[in-house]
Design a protein around this ligand. Sequence first.
Ligand SMILES: [Zn+2]
Ligand SMILES: [Zn+2]
Length: 359
Amino acid sequence: MTSAGPTLRGVEWGCGCGPDCFTLDEDGFTCRKVLDAPEVWRVELLMHDTFLPSVNAFVVLDGGEALVVDAGTPDELNDTRLMRALVRLEVDPERTTLFCTHAHVDHTGLARELSEASARVVIPEGVLSDMRRMAVPAWRDEMVARMSSEGVSEAEAVELADVIWDHAINFEAEKISFSTVAPGEELRCGRWSFEVVSAPGHTPGQCVLWEPSTRTAFLGDAVLFLCSTCIGFWGEGEDPIGEQLSTLGLLAKRGIEHAFMGHGLQEGSVAERCEKNAQHHERRSARALAAIKQTPGQTGFELVPALGWHAPFDHWGETPAMTRWFLVSESIAHLDHLVAAGAVRREKDGRDVNRYYPV
Ligand SMILES: [Zn+2]
Ligand SMILES: [Zn+2]
C-alpha cells in the first residue's frame, strides 16, 4: 500500500465510469459501489492462471471504519489497483480490518501489503488450519501420493501437484501478522456486525460473513454464478463434495438477498443458484456411480472421463496441467463422496492402486 506513492496522482485512473464508479487503471479495472446499506464497494482485480477473468475484493465503509473482504492475487498492478481504491474511498488503514474468507492466493495475496499499511488482518481459525496443512510442501507430497494411488502416473501426479500445491498463502511462514476468529463470532465495521459462518467445501476452513438485518453475505468462493466452484480432494476418508452440498443447502436456506462472491457478481436468486449447483454435483456423482456399476474395478483416473466433464479427453496430454488438475482432483472428490455415502467400495489392487466397486 505504501509502494505506489507518486503514481497515485497519475491521470490514467480515478475517472468516472458511471455513478459511484471510478477506474483503477487504463485496462478497465474499476471500483464500483454495489450496495448502499451497508455501503459496499467492489474492487475488481486481475486473476492469474485460471479461466476466471478477475477476482473481487470488497470494501465495506461505515463510520470511518473499513472492512475489506478478501485481498486479491498478489502482483504489483493489483497492489496499485487496491491501494488506489482505498485512497479514493478515503479509507484510514489504521481503522481497517481485512478478512480473508479462505487461504487461496487470489483471496489472501495482498494481505501483506494491507498489514504493512497498519490494517488488522483477521482469518477464521479453520483458514489457519488450512494454511498449516495445505500451504506447506508436505501437502504437495500428499497430493502426489493420493493421485498416484488413484492410478495417475507418477510423472503426471508430480506435474499436477506442482501446478497447484502452492496456491494458498501461509501467513505464519510468510510472517504476516494476523489474528483469528471462530465461526459464530462477529466482525464489526461501524454500526454493522457481520457473523462469521463456516462454509466448508471449496476449502475445509472457508468462512463467509453474514449481516442478518440487511440479509447481506460475503461468500468467498462458496458459490459462484460464473461457474461451479472447484471442489478438489482433501484426504482419503474426507468428503469435500458432501461438505459442499451441506454448505450449499445451508446457504440456500439462509435468506440471502445481497451476495458478494470472489468472482463475478450475483445474478439472480442465491437460493436457486445453490440448489442448481448442488444438483450439478449430484449429477456428477451419479454418473461416477453408474460408470462403476457398468465396469467394476476401474481406477479413479480411469473413471475421470465418465463424470461428464466438457474436456478434450482425446487430447489429454495437450490439455493444460491446471485444467487436468481440476478434472482429476474434483473427480477424486466425487469418488470420496460415493465412498463416504456407502454407495461404492474402494479396494487396493496388487500395485496399491485404488479400484472402485459397487456396494
Ligand atoms: Zn478459492
Ligand atoms: Zn477465488
